[in-house]
Design a protein around this ligand. Structure first.
Ligand code: CA
Length: 539
């Protein structure tokens, strides 16, 4: 409730009048939900997760949210890629059930998504920002979404009334939409679901102009595995295209030559909607001048230095991380603005605030960028939930949870019945701090997108409290990790007789989970010739 005594009195009078109308009273007891969702924000780049990037203080405001709520330490996705993660959240069902396995699949909006059920129960439902599902959103009273991946500067939006183009940085614009709606758009007598979904910090990592130099004076710490050679992995995980060294190409993948006349290399194919390059063409002359003033001297210095080998990897890592973290600095500031608006409007006490991102992201660990793998770094998702009066401030939860659990959680928060075919579990008992609870012992994972960007092969897997088994099925490859002995998953123990029993047990558990979730994906291996070609391409 507001700190202002007059507003507080007004709220009490309002509450008393609501008390007389039983239908509305039920609504007044149901919490509002503000779901803040970013793209590719690794827990490694959140201070509250206490990982190797904490020393650069990437997220002071998200950390404050964590200190007021609950942080999930073992939170994972079911399929580590942007659109499919969102489809699982929307539907409460695995990719193989909701039909959206790969980014280029189409999403069937006719499914019983959780916002539809909230809306039917009297919630106002609103979504702004990146949705990455394609098609016309269903289940929302109001929406403005970025087409595809969206762009950072002067983005276009799809709205129910057609296309709109707004000047500014996408993170600031999306927050502006949300705050405007909170102030003027909503019906104060009904609870709401407000989804605030940023493009940041997705590639091509373009921070707001005010944060271009935010990390210039800091040497970003390197992860211990920046130069990992992958020889202790199966050939499948050596065959990929996601290495800072070999694949984060200086003049292609958006790390170097970030001013127009430097980077226009003939023959370099640029992605239509994600490239810094196309975004530079959308900038106003003032924006471009500020951008150029920042990057041009850095690019000149880089070319003069003629770096090679590990020095070049280190330079690319610094440039990549500075821009990535600059995007996150923009998000963090905007989270503060949203929280301030909730306080100012007297909404904070009855509003659940969730911070999450669609998957983790390699930030130089294993020598990589991007995501997709079931390795912890890209399998995990940050999740912080502040629910005043329910979550213990500063609490940490370490039971195994997944994005599959979000939809049932939102429904239970709102007192709405969870459909039988939803495959996750509500986190509400965990949020209430219930310890005496039977909880799942294993997570199921399945990634499908191949061939595609970064050439990560399809794989499925199971993770328990201590062990992980990955089945890279088109290639007949397996990986097994003891996460207690080897938390960074550096040594594949598949085939090690020491673990024979545990590997057999996890194989059984994997089949049981596939059965439980009714995953009938074809797991047949590719031809021997095909596999040989694949193996010979492995590093
Ligand atoms: Ca993503």
């Amino acid at each position: 409730m507001s700190r202002n005594p007059i507003l507080r009195l007004a709220a009490c009078v309002l509450a008393a009048s609501i008390h007389m109308q039983s239908v509305v009273r039920a609504d007044a007891e149901r919490p509002n939900i503000v779901f803040i969702f970013t793209d590719d924000h690794s827990p490694n780049a959140i201070g509250a997760y206490d990982r190797w990037l904490k020393s650069v203080d990437p997220t002071p405001n998200i950390d404050r949210l964590a200190s007021q709520g609950m942080l999930f330490e073992r939170s994972y996705c079911t399929n580590s890629i942007c659109g499919p993660v969102r489809a699982v959240i929307e539907t409460g069902r695995h990719s193989h059930k909701n039909g959206f396995r790969r980014n280029y699949d189409g999403f069937d909006w006719d499914q019983p998504t959780f916002p539809k059920l909230l809306r039917e129960s009297g919630y106002q439902t609103v979504m702004y920002g990146k949705y990455h599902l394609g098609g016309t959103p269903q289940g929302y009273d109001e929406w403005k979404v970025l087409p595809g991946q969206g762009v950072y500067y002067n983005p276009g939006f799809i709205t129910p009334d057609g296309r709109d183009r707004i000047e500014g940085h996408s993170t600031d614009i999306i927050t502006g939409m949300a705050v405007d709606w909170l102030r003027e758009g909503r019906d104060p007598d009904a609870p709401f679901l407000l989804r605030v979904q940023y493009k940041a910090p997705h590639r091509g990592w373009m921070p707001p102009l005010r944060h271009l130099d935010a990390f210039d004076d800091v040497l970003i710490p390197e992860p211990p595995t920046l130069f990992f050679d992958h020889r202790t992995q199966s050939p499948a995980s050596r065959h990929q295209e996601m290495e800072i060294d070999r694949h984060l190409c200086p003049h292609h993948d958006l790390v170097l030559d970030l001013v127009p006349d430097r980077g226009d290399y003939p023959g370099i194919q640029r992605r239509q909607d994600t490239s810094n390059w196309n975004t530079l063409r959308r900038m106003t002359p003032e924006q471009l001048a500020a951008w150029r003033a920042h990057f041009e001297p850095h690019d000149e210095a880089f070319h003069a230095a003629k770096l090679e080998g590990i020095d070049l990897v280190r330079w690319k890592y610094q440039r990549y991380l500075r821009n990535y973290l600059g995007c996150i600095r923009g998000v963090d500031e905007n989270v503060a603005d949203l929280l301030a608006a909730l306080d100012e409007l007297g909404l904070a006490e009855n509003t659940v605030v969730i911070y999450s991102s669609d998957q983790g992201f390699f930030l130089g660990d294993r020598g990589w960028y991007d995501k997709r793998w079931m390795y912890e770094t890209s399998f995990e998702m940050p999740l912080i939930i502040r629910w005043p009066g329910v979550t213990e401030p500063g609490s940490r939860e370490n039971r195994l949870i997944q994005n599959l659990d979000y939809a049932p959680t939102f429904l239970e928060m709102a007192g709405v019945e969870i459909p039988d075919d939803y495959q996750g579990r509500s986190l509400v008992p965990l949020l209430r701090g219930e310890d005496d609870l039977e909880w799942r012992d294993a997570l199921y994972y399945h990634y499908y997108e191949y061939p595609g960007y970064h050439m990560v092969p399809p794989h499925r897997g199971v993770r328990t409290d201590r062990f992980k088994l990955m089945h890279i099925h088109p290639f007949g490859e397996w990986e097994f990790y003891d996460l207690e002995a080897d938390p960074m998953e550096l040594t594949n123990q598949y085939g090690n007789p020491w673990y024979e029993e545990q590997i057999a047990a996890l194989k059984t558990r994997l089949d049981e989970l596939a059965e439980q979730y009714r995953d009938d994906t074809d797991l047949s291996e590719r031809s021997a010739e095909w596999k040989e070609k694949f193996r010979s391409a492995a590093k």
